[in-house]
Design a protein around this ligand. Sequence first.
Ligand code: EPZ
Length: 422
Amino acid sequence: MVEAFRIKGKSSLNGEVKISGAKNAALPILIATLIEKGTYILRNVPNLMDIRTLMNLLRELGLEIEKIDEDSYRIENTGIKSTEAPYELVKKMRASFLVMGPMLAHEKKARVSLPGGCAIGARPVDYHLKGFEALGAKIDISHGYVEAEVTELVGANIIFDFPSVGATENVVMAAVKAKGKTVIENAASEPEVEDLCNFLNAMGAKIKGIGTSRLDIEGVDKLFPCEYSIIPDRIEAGTFLIASIMTEGEIKIKGVDFCHLESFIMKLQEMGVKIKQDGDFIWTESKTGDLKSIKVQTMPHPGFPTDLQAQMMSLMSAVPGIGEVKETVFENRFMHIPELNRMGANIHVDGNVAIINGGQEYSGAEVMASDLRAGASLVLAALVAEGETIVNRIYHIDRGYENLEGKLSKLGAKIERIKVEV
Ligand code: EPZ
């Protein structure tokens, strides 16, 4: 038996929802506690499958991790007992590959399984490895593992071919204790990368240019443990904003940093969505039928986030007119389209461009999540569909959304978690 969501459509969602801590900030920050011994306190950590998977890996590597309240943890680093991240753990969650930077910084060696590809693309790690080599590491790849060794990490000038989030995070975590200065150009500047850099500076690192595409890192001999609170999850917030628009309700979204969603908000406003903000609340008062179709192109930050592409497409299918979505970050991130079309959307794909014949009414159907954000897009369509929808393979959704059905039910959605035959 596996789990699925059963959703009865045509509900209007109203009320307040509190956004959880950002998954993609919590993952690298938890990993960064490998860099230096000591006791850390991390707050606003989301309760997600990926976080639990990572904590198991970190315990395997020697960290003691204790929950101290509903979203806070104490991490005790008394020394890494293994510098190997095995395949069975890395294959569950590719972000585990980020342990390589801290291992090189702390132990000068690492043996980490190559993360496989995933549904949305091949997702190689060549930029990560080039960065480590620039810092003086010797890299060998054999039997599906990357083996890295270095006598002393030495600062270097690095220019990424593409502003990769993971490669920026991995190389920064190695460079903070390298000898001398490292400059990373064409670095990723996503808010989650910023949050990791701010955490490292709270540990005593010397990183300048945080939030820009050029990071200047002055290596230090020692870092210190610290207390830190993770930023809110802008992708979860964006998902609920879209739910508010599609269901023509009024959802007040609490605890999100408005400036982390600028390009997304601008695109909604281009459609004619009215966004309201009061302190750390943002909400919308819009009717889908009044909106107009637009063109969206995903880009690295500060461009439109690829992690909101599928959810935006669910909305665009309901908006009258011909819309267009171009996915430029991943090579295969349109797998939600056949499922949305089964629910009544009318989208066709030409290479990395999806043409959306909007103004469609969704009808409930049995569909399947193929990855985390694709699953979220199907839930959004189900909320407004005529009839009942079953969303299968919701383990994808559980990886990145904390208690999604609980938060949606509280807003008036008719959604329940059920068990289904495999
Ligand atoms: C992070 O993945 C996020 N994951 C992804 O979120 C997000 O979609 C992505 O950044 C882009 O914003 C985490 O932070 C845990 P990349 P990451 O390296 O670091 C290519 C979600 O939904 N590339 O910026 O793997 C790569 O193939 C997930 O929460 C190389 O070619 O993304 C891709 O096409 C999904 N070589 C592009 O760059 C490399 O060495 C962007 O990848 C590294 C990346």
